[in-house]
Design a protein around this ligand. Structure first.
Ligand SMILES: *Cc1c(COP(=O)(O)O)cnc(C)c1O
Length: 282
């Protein structure tokens, strides 16, 4: 049986229903998180839950449960569904009310949905690397909120995927921001560069784990913007997200990056990342 969480209840997937006037459905007026599960244990769950509440605050959205209560509900769901390697998807919308742009009355409760999914670690792609396409970043100016409104991200990913690429790497003019659903990094002369935490990127939890691993292991890490030219001329490029972990990018827009295979710094980070997973999910 596949159980899902809908507004406080654990019910069968096939019985789950959302109202057509839900603001998430009508406006994308909500937020979400994707949390990793490895061998039945969550990874960086606290960080994801904290970001969910931060996104909520930035959107003036209220989550009907406290963080601890919500977390334990999600852990229950993971256990019920017997998830080994997988994810839990969580979304909160501004609830159900007649369609109008301004917010509904305060007593309209948010809608909360969560479900689990099996998701194996993408070992083949992590070992061999993936290709990417450059796409202009046309998103709005609050990319720091993990909002359901993903149209700009979807259009970019579709442009990449329909051309056979794993990810779209976004740039605002000459400056590389991030991937359509990942953060982007380059390695040049042994130093890792990634876009600083501003309103123009989503501050990924995976990105933060990488930053901490670099700090602990003497790998130079700089939050500094880089250009499209610097991206294409980098020694190594990788992207990072909850489901992609540390994913080498070996070719962008047909241009081979470095030696055209996962580089030494990327591979070192991959192994440090696996080690961290082992420690945290023990
Ligand atoms: C979720 C997301 C990321 C990656 O964040 P993680 O917490 O590492 O999964 C990066 N960029 C965008 C646009 C995202 O939506």
């Amino acid at each position: 049986m596949n159980t899902v969480f809908v507004n406080g209840e654990l019910i069968d997937r096939d019985k789950a229903k959302i109202d057509i006037e839900d603001r998430g459905y009508q406006f994308g007026d909500g937020i979400y998180e994707v949390i990793r599960v490895y061998d039945g244990s969550t990874f960086t769950m606290k960080e994801h839950m904290e970001r969910l509440y931060q996104s909520a605050e930035k959107m003036k959205l209220s989550i009907p449960y406290g963080e601890e209560e919500f977390t334990s509900k999600l852990l229950k769901l993971i256990e019920l569904n017997g998830i080994g390697d997988g994810i839990v998807y969580v979304q909160v919308t501004r609830g159900v009310s007649p369609r109008q742009h301004h917010f509904p009355a305060k007593d309209v409760a948010g809608s909360v949905v969560a479900y689990t999914k099996d998701f194996p670690v993408p070992v083949g792609q992590m070992e061999n690397g993936v290709t990417a396409k450059l796409v202009e970043d046309i998103r709005w100016l609050r990319c720091d909120i993990k909002s359901l409104n993903l149209l700009g991200n979807l259009l970019a990913k579709e442009e990449a995927a329909s051309n056979g690429h794993f990810e779209a790497i976004l740039h605002r003019g000459d400056t590389v921001t991030e991937g359509s659903s990942s953060n982007a990094f380059i390695v040049k002369d042994g130093v890792i560069y990634t876009h600083p935490v501003t309103n123009l990127i989503l501050n990924g939890i995976t990105r933060r784990v990488i930053e901490s691993l670099c700090g602990k292991n003497g790998i130079m890490f700089q939050e500094k913007t880089f250009s499209v030219t610097e991206l294409l001329g980098a020694d190594e490029v990788f992207i990072a997200s909850t489901t992609s972990e540390v994913m080498p990018v070996i070719e962008i827009d047909g241009k081979v990056i470095g030696e055209g295979k996962p580089g030494a710094v990327t591979k070192r980070l991959q192994s440090l990342f696996s080690e961290r997973i082992g420690i945290e999910t023990r």
